[in-house]
Write a new protein. Structure first.
Length: 204
């Protein structure tokens, strides 16, 4: 018995596609895989119902360009991006453009399943965190922590933040850890999601 809609996996690595298909089908999802963004877009995506899992680094058209095209065509398909460690700024850009989550390789299987469930729920506009709670957490941040958070949301790396604030990358990581603790973010994607939802408050 399949769950909730189809999970569309777009990745040029055949090993990744095969392993994700096995995992997701074993977990009860209907799965379709594509080895390129262009092949995915060649389908009738207006009729698709489910969630898209796409790698950022792909030839011809990368995951960000694929997401942009989905937005341009006004397709309400939740997007989860898979990223390497060096692609975190790109993943932040993806979330600012509407992706619901990003997963940094290597990721836990349960983390992917949780993200997919959130993506399927996203279609119903369910929210796990009331904005008032997020605002209250953000109010506990120091001025420096808010600066670090804003620069993270802007897609900067720790080294870039360090140069901007004239502090060491290690100090940036410490501040970011404090921010995640105060914001009750289990992972960086959760922090980015909350900060984006409260961007106006962060700019104050």
């Amino acid at each position: 018995m399949t769950i909730g809609g189809t999970i569309y996996v777009v990745d040029d690595d055949p090993d990744v596609r095969d392993s994700l298909q096995i995992l997701l089908e074993f977990s009860g999802f209907d799965v379709k895989t594509f080895d390129s963004a262009l092949k995915f877009l060649a389908t009738d995506i207006r009729q698709l119902n489910g969630c898209l899992v796409a790698d950022i680094r792909m030839p011809d058209m990368d995951g960000l360009q694929l997401q942009d095209e989905i937005v341009r065509r006004n397709i309400g398909l939740p997007v989860i991006v898979i990223t390497g460690h060096g692609d975190i700024p790109l993943a932040v850009r993806a979330m600012r453009a509407g992706a619901i989550d990003f997963l940094e390789k290597p990721f836990r299987e349960e983390a992917l399943l949780e993200s997919i469930r959130r993506g399927l729920e996203h279609r119903k506009d369910h929210r796990s965190d009331p904005s008032g709670d997020i605002a209250a957490r953000m109010a506990t941040l120091t001025e420096r922590e808010r600066e670090v958070l804003k620069l993270v949301v802007d897609g900067n790396t720790s080294k870039e933040i360090a140069r901007t604030l004239d502090i060491s990358p290690r100090t940036v990581d410490i501040h970011r850890g404090h921010v995640m603790e105060k914001m009750q973010a289990a992972k960086l994607a959760d922090l980015i999601r909350m900060a984006i939802s409260m961007r106006a408050l962060l700019e104050r």
